[in-house]
Write a protein that binds this ligand. Structure first.
Ligand code: MG
Length: 450
């Protein structure tokens, strides 16, 4: 008797036993018909598992910002996956973590069991939760989801449960030196189809331009290239900016703003209260992660929606604030917490408490990372909004399949896996550079925490 026939008979006997228990014997006409409907999975057939043959980092800066992607190669010819491991400010360290440690850990292991791989790699360093190792782990994790999708011939969002919506609604970024320029930018964005726009007057904590240099620069304290934020002026101007944009652009457009954690917590509370008449969609990062204790006071003071969490490393940092509904939007940088697997756990926790997602999606996210965001966004119920940046053509040339934005939506295709690839020849043209976070100081030279 050949193997297929043996299997089909075995399955039929199982099904008959199940049917008998349920009292439905007689529904099945023939054993051959059952074998046609239920194909035995390859791992039950005793087929050799697909194993990892190499894990390596690819670092590239086609848009000027360091991007790191992990490629996982397998024992099946031509089958590989890619995942985002971008930590722009310490990119070379992630490359080392992947090439020196993660490769050794992974070679020879089965590609199938993603959660098991994640957990075992996570604890393999004993000390954990740092951004370098988490980003390396994200590269592996997302690549394994990509591989699983390719093997199933399905986009990753299907493996996560299928679509919960048409496409992924995003917000545009508008920065300007003057309120007039910002309002003009918002109008342009809405004409392009965006329903949500984040507004900033210059960089984070910015107020447009400064007439006089800060005291620390005049006195030659610290570096002349260091940034300066006049927090008093910033706190006065943000409500004025919202008032102006609402007056010019009307009520329909949703307005967002990122405080970037730079002001004192009590100042943040007072400023957010002053924004209530302008109905922000959310105010992002009112406090640094060191100041989480202030959230209860902020919640008691105002009902303005809040987004928080891009600097969190460990999914356990989200648990209590989400259960206490201290913010409305989870602002995770997915590679920073270790990839799709942990992000799904946080997203599902949010569903229980009606906390929605607003995954971080700045320019230092690789297009592979954007795709990871997008596949989760499509699948989960409690999606809120997705940050996006215009992906430059040179970056698109390195990453074929980079997602397009149409009418304010990221369009997710039905390509198997994450639906994106990397052109390594193109990537090699753009070596990475060291990029630290810019230092920003107060007037007297005190460093501001981002
Ligand atoms: Mg932010």
């Amino acid at each position: 008797m050949d193997e297929k026939l043996q299997n089909s008979r075995r399955n039929t006997l199982k099904l008959l036993a199940m049917g008998s228990a349920a009292g439905v014997v007689g529904l099945f006409d023939s054993s051959e018909a059952r074998a046609d409907v239920y194909e035995t999975p390859s791992y039950q057939k005793g087929a050799k598992p697909v194993t990892i043959t190499k894990v390596r980092a690819i670092a590239t800066a086609p848009g000027g910002l360091n991007l790191v992607v992990v490629k996982v190669e397998t024992s099946e010819p031509g089958l590989y996956g890619i995942g985002c491991a971008t930590f722009m400010q310490r990119a070379a360290l992630v490359v080392t973590a992947v090439d020196v440690f993660l490769n050794d850990f992974c070679v020879g292991r089965d590609v199938d069991n993603i959660d098991d791989m994640w957990m075992s790699a996570y604890v393999s360093s004993y000390w954990r939760n740092g951004p370098v190792l988490n980003n390396a782990l994200s590269g592996l994790d997302e690549a394994l989801w990509d591989i699983k999708g390719k093997r199933a011939k399905m986009p990753v969002y299907q493996l996560l449960g299928g679509r919960s919506r048409l496409n992924v609604d995003t917000y545009a970024h508008v920065q300007g030196r003057t309120f007039e320029a910002i309002a003009e930018g918002v109008q342009k964005a809405t004409e392009q189809g965006f329903r949500h726009v984040r507004i900033q007057q210059g960089g984070y904590g910015g107020v447009g331009t400064f007439q006089t240099p800060p005291d620390f620069k005049t006195a030659n304290y610290a570096r002349q290239t260091d940034g300066y934020s006049d927090t008093g002026e910033y706190l006065r101007r943000v409500p004025q900016m919202f008032e102006h944009v609402r007056k010019v652009c009307g009520e329909k457009v949703e307005l967002l703003h990122d405080m970037h954690e730079q002001v004192e917590p009590i100042q943040a509370i007072n400023m957010i209260k002053a924004l209530e008449p302008y109905r922000p969609f959310f105010i992002e990062d009112p406090f640094s992660p060191e100041n989480m204790g202030w959230f209860k006071k902020l919640r008691a003071a105002t009902s303005v929606p809040l987004a928080m969490g891009e600097l969190f490393n460990n999914i356990n940092e989200f648990r209590d604030p989400m259960a206490e509904q201290l913010f409305d939007f989870i602002r995770i940088h997915i590679s920073q917490i270790g990839g799709i697997t942990p992000a799904m756990k946080v997203a599902r926790l949010g569903e229980w408490y009606n906390v929605r997602t607003a995954w971080h999606g700045p320019a230092d996210t690789s297009p592979v990372g954007y795709q990871a965001n997008n596949h989760i966004d499509l699948a989960i119920y409690n999606f809120g909004i997705q940050e996006q940046q215009t992906i430059p053509q040179r970056v698109r040339d390195v990453f074929p399949g980079s997602p397009e934005v149409k009418n304010g939506y990221f369009i997710v295709t039905d390509e198997p896996g994450l639906g994106i690839d990397i052109n390594e020849k193109e990537a090699a043209k753009y070596p990475i550079n060291y990029k630290g976070m810019a230092t920003v100081r107060k007037n007297d030279g005190t460093i501001l925490k981002p």
